[in-house]
Design a protein around this ligand. Structure first.
Ligand SMILES: Cc1ncc(COP(=O)(O)O)c(C=O)c1O
Length: 466
């Protein structure tokens, strides 16, 4: 029996069985296996898709909350593969995982150490829980307008100064692939007996090849959230939360919070997609696809090294599949626009100084040969007349917090003109995606420095003055 034959995907199998079974349906979803769906949409998507669109509980699929049947089996297989005590499937992305973590583990007024460039879902979690952030400010890569690594010494200093920290909650890698020294940070957290949570939304593949940095779960993190859909091959909005084998975290509290937050009608298609992605990562084909993604990225990286005016961010260690480039005379947004308009090429995201290219498990070498050719052509052109962008995209400010996030969010508010908001306290999160890093948080003092990031806003919500 080959490796492929030994790989199982219990939700996928249960879904196929349910699909093949002849039966009558008097339950949700109300389109009843596609019969009630708008015809052009059904014709486009295909009948099979709607026949498979069911929630858990039916036809031997099992349930998500609590996990039973094939869904439980699939979560257990995922936990085994990633070396976790438990892996929990998330149906509102890593976003719901982060909110559940905050809700369960960072209660009202409790201190948590968190990196300033965290994703907005971490901030949402803090608004829900009322926790007090102690910001850790990563290194700034000014030439790239990006946030860099977190310095482990900064975590140590904060833990030495505050003896009542509930958890250290860090993002690794950053959206653009900057990798921090989680091994050292994990040691520091263990020394201080404080749990470490890692938002590893962009690191799902790390377990599977030496070329990647070591996953945080293998470096002693207590809880790790991964957006499987970002790089792992599952469908949009599906993620996984891994809980370490030897954590002191209150696992039950976490499971309960998640149960409160997750939908009560989980899509079996999305769950099967997660199960299938995990299974695929275990197959030889899956391993081959990951290697191809790395090889393609290395190919492109070598091609970019030959260019004169386009440079790439080179860091060690790094996730080779995330390639951040900048061009001498173009902002990231302008370069993105050239790629889109002149070359029909879509990249992951663009920012002030550069843009992010992902080499994915679904890409082929010819995609990269084309991109290399395109970049070479752009490199040879003269873009010196490009006007500078008015709007700034990557928030690089250090927030001056004047009020607890939750308190500011729930305070009496008023809307004021942007210019009149200077000196006032923000009552809202402004964090455009990507990268989902906050320009403004509830409780933060609004200053002149925020204005270049707020070009698209006329009014801001601020805390009403008493
Ligand atoms: C670092 C980070 N954490 C969390 C998230 C939220 O993930 P999801 O889109 O899976 O909800 C993102 C999304 O971009 C992210 O970049």
């Amino acid at each position: 029996m080959g490796k492929e034959d030994r790989v199982k995907a219990p939700i996928v199998e249960a879904l196929i069985k349910a699909y093949e079974k002849k039966s009558y349906h008097f339950h949700i979803p109300g389109h009843t296996r596609g019969q009630g769906v708008y015809k052009p949409f059904k014709d486009f998507m295909g009948e099979k898709f709607f026949r498979c669109d069911m929630t858990d509980e039916f036809d031997g699929i099992g349930t998500l909350n609590p996990p039973t049947g094939p869904i439980k089996e699939a979560e257990e297989m995922c936990a085994k593969l990633f070396g976790a005590q438990k892996s929990l499937f998330l149906l509102n992305g890593s976003t719901v995982g982060n909110i559940a973590i905050a809700m369960a583990l960072s209660l009202q007024g409790k201190k948590i150490i968190v990196n300033r460039n965290c994703h907005r879902s971490v901030l949402t979690g803090m608004i829900v829980s009322g926790a007090e952030p102690l910001w850790v400010i990563p290194q700034k890569l000014d030439d790239w307008s990006l946030w860099g690594k977190i310095n482990p010494d900064d975590i140590e200093k904060l833990l030495d100064t505050h003896n009542d920290v509930e958890m250290v909650w860090l993002t690794n890698p950053t959206y653009e692939g900057v990798v921090s020294d989680i091994k050292s940070i994990s040691k520091i957290c263990k020394k201080h007996n404080v749990p470490l949570v890692v938002d590893e939304a962009h690191g799902t593949l790390w377990k599977f090849k030496e070329a990647f940095p070591t996953p945080s779960l293998d470096l002693g993190a207590d809880i790790v959230v991964q957006s499987f859909h970002k790089t792992g091959g599952s469908m949009a909005q599906t993620s996984v939360m891994h809980i370490a084998k030897d954590t002191n975290f209150d696992v039950e509290a976490l499971v309960h919070s998640l149960r409160l937050l997750q939908t009560t009608s989980p899509s079996v298609i999305l769950l099967a997609g997660l199960d299938a992605a995990r299974a695929q990562l275990e197959t030889e084909e899956g391993a081959h696809n990951i290697q191809t993604a790395i090889d393609n990225a290395n190919y492109l990286r070598n091609e970019i090294r030959q260019l004169k005016h386009i440079k790439q961010l080179e860091q060690h260690p790094c996730d080779p599949t995330k390639i951040f480039i900048k061009a001498e005379h173009l902002s990231g947004i302008q370069l993105e626009s050239v790629l889109e308009k002149d070359y029909n090429t879509e990249v992951e995201s663009a920012s002030d100084r550069g843009l992010l290219i992902l080499s994915n498990i679904g890409n082929e070498r010819k995609d990269f040969e084309y991109l290399a050719k395109v970049l070479k052509e752009i490199d040879g052109k003269n873009y010196t007349d490009a006007k500078p962008d008015k709007k700034k995209h990557m928030p690089m400010l250090v927030p001056e917090i004047k009020m607890n996030l939750r308190k500011a969010f729930y305070s009496e508010k008023e809307e004021v003109n942007k210019e009149d908001a200077i000196g006032r306290i923000s009552a809202e999160v402004i964090a455009e995606c990507p990268p989902g890093i906050a320009v403004l948080l509830p409780g933060e003092l609004i200053t002149e420095a925020h204005l270049p990031y707020l070009e698209d806003y006329d009014k801001l919500e601020v805390v009403k003055q008493g």
